[in-house]
Ligand binder design. Structure first.
Ligand code: ATR
Length: 279
């Protein structure tokens, strides 16, 4: 597909940005749908973030995604953010409005839920109870998504208790703190188990969590996607639990931005998963 003088423009701002899979992901959709547009890696130093964001409308960009380390700082620069983003404390998507102002959104929450429901069809989240491990940035998106989907209780365990407590306050009254050392003893009455820690990622130790107490009907998901099947997911699958890997969250969180910038709601397919994983 050739890019014309009328091409729609978007990209991802990060520092560094070279590791980002977003250009590959959006590039696949642009090509697949024959859209006259481009999605570019934008290497922006932290000190330059404000200037870079303000330049988007001046350069005719329709918006951008944000990755490490810009997600929190960008929230204070854009002109408005939605309620979900405010609760999470970070944005990952910027949309340039017709009047040139910048709207910030966080699509991690809907992306997490969309992946979960695609991977575990029929999972009833309304009124459900969940257990979340980890209390970093990713956990905030996951918890916001669970609450919006109707989950009524979220047990939360994290190695550092002060981060657990911060999330208990941010998402009052949904989050119930569980001491990290007691994480294996509190799995009996949950419908969903979510790992948001980096444990289980390539080069990291596995998540140490015996699953003996977990009901067989519970769904287990990991936001780690390298490897696709973490030790946690392999153990859960072996004992009969349904499992959902983390790659789809990365893909689904990109959908609202693409739709806003390029005018078409793209699909998350098996072929897209393979394309994004390929080197
Ligand atoms: P992200 O944005 O992906 O959530 P993060 O904010 O760095 O990344 O969070 C990483 C999470 O993994 C945290 O919950 C962290 O626990 P701490 O808050 O105690 O640091 C968790 N984590 C990382 N390494 C860990 C380990 N060895 N044991 C237990 N938890 C770990």
């Amino acid at each position: 597909m050739m890019i014309s003088g009328k091409a729609r423009l978007a990209g991802v701002m990060g520092w560094p940005v070279g590791h980002s899979r977003s250009p590959r992901l959006h590039g696949y959709w642009l090509e697949k749908h024959g859209i006259d547009g481009a999605y570019l890696p934008l290497a922006v130093r932290p000190d330059d973030l404000q200037d870079a964001l303000r330049a988007l409308p001046k350069l005719g960009f329709r918006g951008c995604n944000l990755t490490v380390p810009h997600k929190e700082a960008a929230m204070r620069i854009v002109d408005r953010v939605d309620e979900t983003a405010r609760r999470i404390g970070a944005i990952n998507t910027v949309i340039v409005e017709d009047d040139g102002t910048l709207s910030g959104r966080n699509t991690d929450a809907p992306g997490f839920i969309a992946n979960l429901l695609q991977g575990a069809p029929g999972l009833a989240l309304d009124g459900a109870s969940a257990f979340v491990l980890g209390a970093g940035g990713a956990a905030r998106g996951v918890i916001a998504g669970l609450i919006e989907a109707g989950v009524v209780e979220i047990k939360l365990a994290n190695r550092s208790p002060d981060k657990t407590n911060a999330l208990v306050r941010a998402f009052e009254p949904y989050v119930v703190p569980v001491p990290w050392d007691e994480r294996a003893d509190r799995l009996d009455d949950i419908d969903l188990l979510v790992n948001t820690t980096s444990l289980g990622m390539q080069g990291q130790p596995a998540l140490d969590l015996p699953l003996d107490g977990l009901a067989e009907a519970a769904v287990v998901t990991d936001i780690v996607y390298a490897p696709l099947e973490t030790d946690l997911l392999a153990r859960a699958k072996a004992r009969g639990n349904r499992t959902v890997d983390g790659l789809g969250m990365l893909l689904h969180q990109a959908v609202p931005g693409f739709a806003a910038w390029f005018g078409l709601v793209p699909e998350v397919t098996e072929e897209l998963r393979r394309h994004v994983l390929a080197r």
